[in-house]
Design a protein around this ligand. Structure first.
Ligand code: ITT
Length: 194
């Protein structure tokens, strides 16, 4: 069985990825390999940050590894908050403050188009790099709806649906989300390669 590290401390992300990757991959998160440090995400793109995290684990711990980074890209705001989504309203990271800032920036703007974009960087065999992208397109509504999910879920309605991500059952969100699409592409690649 192939061993692979997912460079995250987030157990929900780990479980979601493990379910999609299937039983022929043994998946470990950062705490399971003894990595408790917060890997600095200093790049100016999602791709750059995913690569920093994957490379850090590969260089310091020697494992095949993948890492993800996600941003909300709003068309009328020039794709902001993008790579700054977690800290859009400043430090410390706070979803409520981020949503309030987003809604106020979008007041009076008719173009509500937006997308979540996830990038996964995979490093295998010490240096081989592969990237996978998942996009969920939709629109930003004017007021919060729903209590499930996290981040910007309560103001994002994906195309083809009436509910926000925060109003959907989690298994529905997890079957159409940006992260699920990116992990699905990773899973296809791994099935053919490892
Ligand atoms: P890590 O510890 O794994 O880095 P993070 O909180 O930085 O987790 P991400 O890089 O995946 O999470 O996402 C950055 C921000 O984008 C996150 O703080 C949320 O505000 C937002 N976001 C990401 N995925 C989302 C989703 O599925 N629904 C709503 N908001 C999301």
């Amino acid at each position: 069985m192939h061993h692979l590290v997912f460079a995250t401390h987030n157990k929900h992300k780990l479980a979601e990825a493990a379910a999609i990757l299937g039983s022929h991959i043994r998946l470990f998160d950062l705490s399971q390999i003894g990595c408790s440090e917060d890997i600095p995400e200093t790049a100016s793109t999602l791709e750059g940050n995913a690569l920093i995290k994957a490379r850090y684990v590969n260089e310091h711990y020697g494992f095949d590894c993948f890492a993800d980074d996600t941003g909300l890209e709003v068309e009328a705001l020039g794709n902001a908050p993008g790579v700054s989504s977690a800290r859009y309203a400043g430090e410390p990271s706070c979803s409520e403050a981020n949503i309030s800032k987003l809604l106020s920036e979008m007041q009076g703007i008719d173009n509500r188009r937006a997308r979540f974009r996830t990038v996964i960087a995979l490093i295998i065999n010490s240096s081989e790099l592969h990237c996978f992208e998942g996009i969920a397109s939709g629109r930003i509504i004017a007021e919060r709806r729903g209590n499930a999910g996290f981040g910007y879920d309560s103001v994002f309605v994906p195309d083809g649906h009436q509910q926000t991500f925060a109003e959907m059952p989690s298994d529905l969100k997890n079957s159409i989300s940006h992260r699920a699409i990116a992990i699905g592409l990773l899973a296809d690649f791994i099935k053919d390669t490892l």
